[in-house]
Design a protein around this ligand. Structure first.
Ligand SMILES: *[C@@H]1O[C@H](CO)[C@@H](O)[C@H](O)[C@H]1NC(C)=O
Ligand SMILES: *[C@@H]1O[C@H](CO)[C@@H](O)[C@H](O)[C@H]1NC(C)=O
Length: 248
């Protein structure tokens, strides 16, 4: 009788181990993709580098929500995306280390390996080309311009920026800002996220409170001082959309 109980106990604990193993199979369990754009001027001044010539929103990444770093043995190899590189350099540049592929490697390692559970994204070529395709489709620059939201030394209301995007796409974006330094009362526009479901249809970005804490502040965290960061823009504070520095 005792040994039967022991066997039962072993079975239960085995089932638990299997269940938790399956849960920890990373890459599973995400529900939407976040197409993240950043405003080069904001990032570059935050990191004290100059990145001339980028007077448009560039791509930061395509991120499954709720998970990251799903397969450390699937190495990034730029020769898989050789044909995409000229396009990537233009729309998905590494603003902080120009000429390097390190940013794309990081995006693949952290996010692409998780996105790859979808058959439509299960190779480096599929992942990077889909991100570029969605970026083109969204055309954030075009939309903001259309609604007359242009980089400017005068400030915007967050609602005007949100409104333009929501109006056009009929989905809620997530907008991130650099928080003001002490004594200032203006936040600086940094990132705009547009979300997609697994069929690549536009969908609302998840509300702030429903997210995991580690998803809130993603910036180019590799190689960057942890002191800087973005947070979700505050409705009540005016927004600075900084004009791109021109070369002197
Ligand atoms: C991780 O990537 C390697 C190399 O592409 C692949 O062989 C392996 O099946 C992947 N593992 C999982 C759990 O997807
Ligand atoms: C990258 O892929 C190319 C082509 O498949 C291959 O020749 C090369 O050895 C790979 N590089 C690395 C570092 O794995």
């Amino acid at each position: 009788m005792k040994s039967l109980a022991l066997v039962a106990l072993l079975c239960v604990s085995h089932a638990l181990v299997v269940a938790s193993y399956q849960l920890s199979q990373k890459g599973q369990g995400w529900t939407h993709l976040i197409l993240t754009h950043h405003w080069p001027q904001t990032l570059c001044s935050m990191e004290h580098v100059t990145c001339h010539g980028f007077d448009y929103w560039t791509l930061h990444g395509l991120w499954p929500d709720k998970t990251d770093m799903c397969n450390s043995s699937w190495h990034f190899n730029a020769s898989n995306i050789e044909d995409l590189l000229p396009t990537m350099k233009k729309w998905w540049p590494d603003l902080l280390h120009s000429g390097s592929t390190k940013f794309w490697k990081h995006e693949w390692d952290k996010h692409g390996t998780c996105a790859a559970v979808l058959e439509t994204l299960n190779s480096q070529h599929k992942y990077f080309s889909k991100a570029l395709e969605l970026y083109k489709k969204v055309d954030l620059d075009g939309i903001l311009k259309k609604f007359n939201i242009l980089p400017s030394t005068t400030y915007y209301k967050l609602d005007d920026i949100k409104g333009a995007i929501t109006n056009f796409y009929n989905v809620k974006p997530k907008i991130q800002c650099v928080v003001p330094s002490r004594g200032e009362d203006v936040q600086t526009l940094g990132q705009i996220e547009i979300c997609f479901d697994k069929e690549f249809q536009l969908t609302d970005c998840v509300e702030y409170s429903q997210e995991l804490p580690h998803d809130n502040n993603e910036i180019l965290t590799f190689d960057i001082s942890a002191s800087s960061g973005f947070s979700v823009c505050v409705d009540s504070m005016q927004v600075y959309y900084p004009p791109t520095e021109t070369r002197h």
